[in-house]
Ligand binder design. Structure first.
Ligand SMILES: Nc1ncnc2c1ncn2[C@@H]1O[C@H](COP(=O)(O)OS(=O)(=O)O)[C@@H](OP(=O)(O)O)[C@H]1O
Ligand SMILES: Nc1ncnc2c1ncn2[C@@H]1O[C@H](COP(=O)(O)OP(=O)(O)O)[C@@H](O)[C@H]1O
Length: 409
């Protein structure tokens, strides 16, 4: 029987590349530091001595993983600047005398002067540590662009600098990240290593014009960051109504392109055929999250208004949006069940009470109240405009003019 397949997370895929390149030697596989999270069933199979085939998001088998080994099958062939990746063995062989400079932030004038001075006649390897979650303040691909610009600046002053990229991801544990970074640099450097002072926070160091231009283009200001507003709450709480009002406001403002992912509309198209079991709801929200994250990746605004009753699924959406470089604003439309049931616009609550609709949120299916909402709005006895104004306070960067509550004429 062929080994079951699993597609690791973007961070784990970066780790896989780094492990297979030998850059984390003597590590040859995932361990307690460089972790691989498998679904429970696959983890049990591995624990019992079985193998799992690790595949990329398109299903290309990359490696066979078991408790004993991590065997390479193929290298993913795409990804920006992949041609600048090389194994430590190759870099040591090709540049045995080079000065190796770990790069975790765009290099400034002072850093470049130091590099050129220390290098003297030697060539330089700018070892760019740029994976999922690293570096701070600039995207991974932006750091590579900035480092290429820095290498051109060095060439201008007579120093030959090669850019080598290592997709070393961050795992949110500063000590561990530092240790792994150190291991990677040792693996690549045959000769001297120049650790630049200041590291990622060297803000006093002015960037050369070309580097500055790359950084500026890479970092969208608030006007250009992707935003997903996720309205969550019971059926009839007012999610669609407020989302529609916000949509109109953004269209009137005219600065941003807006995509509406209304709960009911999604269920007629993207999620047609899905029901209301926990599993189907999770699939529905994961689809909405996926589309919303793509909108955010392209720096648009997505307004989504599903019930999204489960905390774990909402967290998943947050992670997807943030991984795409966007910002998630969670709006809990906290209108109590009694008020939603009183409104009962579609007569669904009455039918659910009569037992005609199984798994109805708030009646026979749970709603997990968010603990991480950016805005909580109870619409009971309030105007739509008032509720909208409250939501907009969490989104000041989306609109060119502040919104005052407007009474309908
Ligand atoms: N069993 C059950 N439970 C809850 N809701 C039900 C159910 N059956 C149908 N409907 C109608 O479907 C709308 C909710 O769909 P969502 O996609 O927002 O739900 S979920 O996020 O996947 O939980 C919801 O629409 P809204 O009123 O706009 O929230 C209901 O009209
Ligand atoms: N302040 C308010 N904000 C939003 N909806 C309100 C408000 N006051 C009353 N409503 C009414 O409540 C109902 C909410 O329905 P809807 O927006 O479809 O909810 P949901 O999308 O959460 O199911 C609408 O009939 C709307 O007119």
């Amino acid at each position: 029987m062929p080994a079951p397949q699993h597609c690791p997370s973007p961070r784990e895929l970066d780790d896989l590349e780094v492990l297979l390149s030998g850059a984390l030697a003597p590590r040859t596989s995932f361990d307690d530091d460089v972790r691989l999270e498998l679904p429970a069933e696959l983890a049990a199979q591995v624990e019992a001595g079985g193998e799992v085939e690790l595949v990329d998001p398109e299903g290309l088998p990359l490696a066979l993983y078991s408790r004993e080994h991590l065997l390479p099958l193929a290298r993913a062939a795409y990804g920006p600047f992949r041609r600048l990746q090389a194994t430590p063995a190759r870099v040591r062989e090709q540049h045995p005398d080079a000065l190796v400079v770990p790069v975790t932030a765009p290099l400034g004038e002072a850093a470049l002067r130091l590099v050129a001075e220390r290098a003297g006649e030697r060539e330089v390897v700018l070892l760019t540590l740029s994976g999922t979650g690293t570096p701070q303040g600039v995207s991974p691909v932006g750091l590579v662009r900035a480092t290429l610009a820095a290498s051109r600046a060095l060439a201008g002053s007579g120093t030959t600098a090669h850019v080598v990229v290592v997709p070393l991801a961050a795992r949110g544990d500063a000590d561990l990240d530092h240790r792994l970074g150190h291991d990677v640099v040792s693996a690549y450097a045959a000769g001297e290593v120049l650790a630049l002072p200041g590291g990622a926070t060297d803000t006093d160091d002015d960037w050369p014009a070309e580097v500055a231009a790359v950084v500026e283009q890479d970092q969208p200001d608030d006007d250009h960051v992707g935003v997903v507003v996720l309205f969550t709450g019971l059926s009839g709480s007012g999610k669609s109504t407020i989302a529609r009002a916000l949509h109109d406001l953004l269209l009137e403002d005219g600065r941003r392109s807006v995509t509406s992912l209304d709960g009911d509309v999604v269920r007629r198209h993207l999620s047609k055929g899905l029901g209301f079991s926990r599993e189907d709801r999770e699939t529905n929200i994961a689809r909405i999250g996926w589309v919303a994250a793509e909108v955010a990746r392209h720096r648009g605004v997505a307004l989504a208004s599903p019930i999204a009753p489960f905390d774990a699924t909402r967290q998943q959406v947050r992670a997807m949006v943030e991984d795409a470089g966007g910002e998630l604003v969670l709006v809990h439309v906290a209108t109590p069940l009694e008020e939603c049931e009183r409104r009962d616009r579609k007569g669904l609550y009455a039918r659910a009470r009569r037992g005609e609709i199984p798994d109805f949120t708030g009646i026979s299916s749970p709603y997990e109240e968010p603990q991480d909402a950016d805005v909580v709005v109870d619409t009971t006895g309030r105007t739509i405009e008032g509720c909208l104004a409250e939501v907009v306070t969490a989104l000041p960067f989306l609109l060119s003019v502040p919104v005052e509550p407007v009474e309908t004429p």
